[in-house]
Design a protein around this ligand. Sequence first.
Ligand code: FMN
Length: 314
Amino acid sequence: MTDLSLYQLHFAPLQGYTDRIFRNAFDRCFGGVDAYYTPFIRVEKGTFRNRDLRDIDPQSEQVEHLVPQILPGSAEECRMLIDLIQSEGYKTIDINLGCPFPLIAGKRKGAGMLPYPELVEEVLSPLEAYPEIDFSLKMRLGWENVSECMDLVTILNCLRLTHITIHARIGKQQYKGKTNPEAFRQFYESSRHPLFYNGDLCTIEEIKKILLDFPALRGVAVGRGLLSSPLMAKEFQKNETFSEKECMALYFSFHEELFSAYSERLEGDSHLLMKMKTLWDYFLPETDRKCLKKIKKATTVSLYRQIVKEIFCL
Ligand SMILES: Cc1cc2nc3c(=O)[nH]c(=O)nc-3n(C[C@H](O)[C@H](O)[C@H](O)COP(=O)(O)O)c2cc1C
């Protein structure tokens, strides 16, 4: 039997979903997560986006262990991003080599950098100059081919990293198609760094199976599985289950906290409505399909509130 307490569970970042408001509400209502990551922060036209800066503002952050994630395309951008994060007082930084969005990957950034080991080495060369920062990496098995991660192993083994999170797909798959634990095994056997497995872990059983197959993992990173089953992390951490009634009460208070925080931050009902609808892309997929359809079609906040009441039987 796998002793789950030996392993960590990280919340994989999801651009558009796991922003500061979401993380804070999630942590208060559900918890069970050892570390959260921000969605990636990048340099755009030589500077930083305001919403990225807002998302790493330490004054507004309430989760205990937040790791800002950066997506550098060059050594210069890498330095700029590290300096920015460091100036906000953070001591841990995650580096994204996994983003498959065509506009990013096409510029040899994110997962698009994986086929070019020399570029990876050059872009990550500034890390040495920041001994006080703990760096980690999030990457895929490759862009086009799973052999690409093996071509990178020697370079990565020479870097000072606390861990590597591997999304066990190639970039060209985006977020679909099968994950490839067997190709991951090769990397697992060659990497000297502690590893986190990531990709399509949606139940505790699936997490247990991965930990059984790869017992030397440091843990797992879960993204969409936590958007749809937010109590999974707590169940993993405490090895306990919640009754249907307890679950629904927690889901509702989470929803209300998000609604209230987003209505304070976003201007106008249409922005609020759009943001809340996004939540339901993944949240509680067992919800009656008709209700989910009505959510997607809701044109006013009051209509939206009415459907939410129906879902939570209030
Ligand atoms: C909409 C969306 C946004 C994402 N944004 C990020 C991101 O900003 N940084 C990152 O490293 N991964 C990002 N990912 C990838 C997830 O962190 C994760 O690696 C992937 O979804 C597979 O894990 P999962 O099946 O547990 O979701 C994103 C994924 C999705 C679907």
